[in-house]
Design a protein around this ligand. Structure first.
Ligand code: UDX
Ligand code: UDX
Ligand code: ADP
Length: 463
């Protein structure tokens, strides 16, 4: 078999960009991305894509309806494909055994059942969603128990390591492509088919072959290590704030050790995003199930430190504003979990907003890419409030940072958008209530300059 048709189930943050880049790099392959959400698919077929990623619009416009298709005809696309990516969401379970920790594999399982039901020819099924270790085995069991006569399946694990905001760049110049396969001759053949696709643009030395379970665990481990670095530097930021050391100087000093390296040492209000918390919770849960509580406790601490960091920052705002924010107007600059994305999943901004709203503050929120409806949805979620009407009355969403800061007591920076570094802070200061405060949760502003203007400046990891 040589793969000429690919189907990707799940048109989200992973499936959409990944398949757009495959279509760009493999003009000889027809790539069809399917989703159960007709609205999602309509958006992928429209002028305004459902997700914002630098560089993605151009690729989609170039390949769409050439060799890249977005469709709701899931069964048709599965049956005609030689290779199927499963890129559906695997959220944390919200009920039942493992509630709040284990990964919910319902969507992955549904995909496996559909693939088994509709396939009339052999398929390579590739798990791209982050899944618990040994999930490929479950997928294979479902496929094997439900398939049509004479149809054969191979399951590969090929986790995606892209980060949002730089997804296209990450996909075009991946550090590595990891492919785990069953240790059989057919497993090796399936590996070769998938690696042939990547070889169209990824150098062979960057394609890593492992067994299926190593591949699954590597994805969880990579996210756990990255998150651990952020919690480690954030823990140092706490020490800095009470001793007079400066966490940026410490981070620089640590990062120059080539054994440590300089990336992912930016102290912040805390990490967010759809992956780190979910994958850490999943890892902790797996360790508990394997009866290794010592390892579970080690990784749980990375999460606990993140909650502590978000709370510390939120509490600092309240303390600095004379221990009360009731009725005070506060500006939030940024709502996305990081810059260059409109994604708000697990954004630390939600935690900060919740704390301030609970204390009775009025919030003016500005983010360059997050849709206003998303902000309302996040802040009226039952996890955040039991009084959504009150929240709606307490927030104003602005499309401009200057109006957002007009007549407010403080500006809180939650996302490191470049535009926040370029604003006219003298103009902003002149229109704020005095004393005017800035809480820089991302350490992106020139604090000396702001102090000279007259601002009371507070940040992370510096007294
Ligand atoms: C360490 C620091 O590396 C050095 O920068 C500092 O100045 C002093 O402390 P040292 O203790 O001499 O140096 O040796 P190091 O190479 O860091 O090893 C420390 C221990 O970690 C050893 O027992 C080593 O075997 C172990 N180790 C190291 C591992 O188990 N795994 C590794 O990947 C690396
Ligand atoms: C992450 C992994 O990086 C990626 O490999 C994996 O495929 C998915 O999860 P993502 O969540 O998209 O990607 O973004 P990332 O850049 O890792 O940032 C995650 C969070 O950590 C953000 O809230 C970011 O602001 C924060 N962060 C990152 C820090 O606070 N400090 C840092 O030094 C780096
Ligand atoms: P990720 O960040 O992992 O890509 P998203 O939530 O952005 O997650 O995307 C996952 C997509 O998968 C959603 O658009 C969802 O509608 C889709 N999806 C979930 N289950 C199925 C299924 N059984 N068939 C097709 N699409 C599905």
């Amino acid at each position: 078999m040589t793969v000429s048709k690919i189907c990707c189930i799940g048109a989200g943050y992973v499936g959409g960009p990944t398949c757009s880049v495959i279509a760009l790099q493999c003009p000889h392959i027809k790539v069809t991305v399917v989703d159960i959400s007709a609205h999602r698919i309509d958006q992928w077929n429209s002028e305004k894509l459902p997700i914002y990623e630098p560089g993605l619009d151009d690729i989609v416009k170039k390949q769409r309806n050439v060799n890249l298709f977005f469709s709701t005809k899931i069964e048709e696309a599965i049956d005609e494909a030689d290779l199927i990516f499963i890129s559906v969401n695997t959220p944390t379970k919200t009920f039942g055994v493992g509630k709040g920790r284990a990964a919910d594999l319902t969507y992955v399982e549904n995909c496996a059942r559909t693939i088994a039901q509709v396939s009339t020819s052999d398929k390579i099924v590739v798990e791209k969603s982050t899944v618990p270790v040994r999930a490929a085995e479950s997928i294979l069991k479902i496929l094997s128990a439900n398939h049509k006569p004479k149809v054969k399946f191979q399951v590969l694990s090929n986790p995606e390591f892209l980060s949002e905001g730089v997804a296209v760049e990450n996909l075009l110049n991946a550090d590595r492509v990891l492919i785990g396969h069953e240790e059989t001759a057919d497993g090796l053949l399936a590996f070769k088919e998938l690696s042939n696709i990547y070889l169209n643009w990824i150098p062979e030395k960057k394609i890593l072959r492992t067994n299926t379970w190593s591949s699954e665990l590597t994805k969880l481990a990579a996210n756990a290590f990255l998150a651990q670095r952020i919690s480690s530097i954030n823990s140092m930021s706490v020490i800095c704030e009470v001793t007079g050391a400066d966490v940026s100087e410490v981070a620089k000093g640590i990062g120059l050790d080539s054994r440590i390296g300089s990336k992912f040492l930016q102290a912040s209000v805390g990490f967010g995003g759809s992956c780190f918390q979910k994958d850490l919770l999943n890892l902790v849960y797996i360790c508990e199930c394997l009866n290794i509580p010592q390892v579970a406790a080690y990784w749980q601490q990375v999460l606990d430190m993140n909650v502590y960091q978000k709370s510390r920052f939120s509490n600092k705002i309240i303390e600095s504003l004379f221990n009360t924010v009731t009725g005070k107007k506060i500006t939030m600059f940024g709502f996305a979990f990081k810059k260059d994305t409109g994604d708000t999943r697990e954004s630390p901004a939600i935690h900060v907003a919740k704390t301030l709203l609970d204390e009775g503050a009025q919030l003016n929120i500005y983010d360059p890419k997050v849709e206003p409806e998303q902000i309302v949805k996040d802040l009226t979620h039952p996890y955040v409030t039991d009084n959504p009407e009150k929240v709606i009355k307490s927030i104003e969403i602005h499309d401009n940072p200057y109006t957002a800061s007009h007549h407010t007591h403080a500006i809180v920076i939650c996302t490191e958008w470049d535009i926040f570094m370029e604003l006219d802070y003298e103009k902003i200061y002149s229109n704020m209530v005095k004393p005017a405060f800035i809480f820089d949760g991302r350490k992106i502003l020139d604090h000396d300059k702001l102090t000279t203007i007259g601002f009371q400046v507070h940040t992370i990891g510096k007294r």
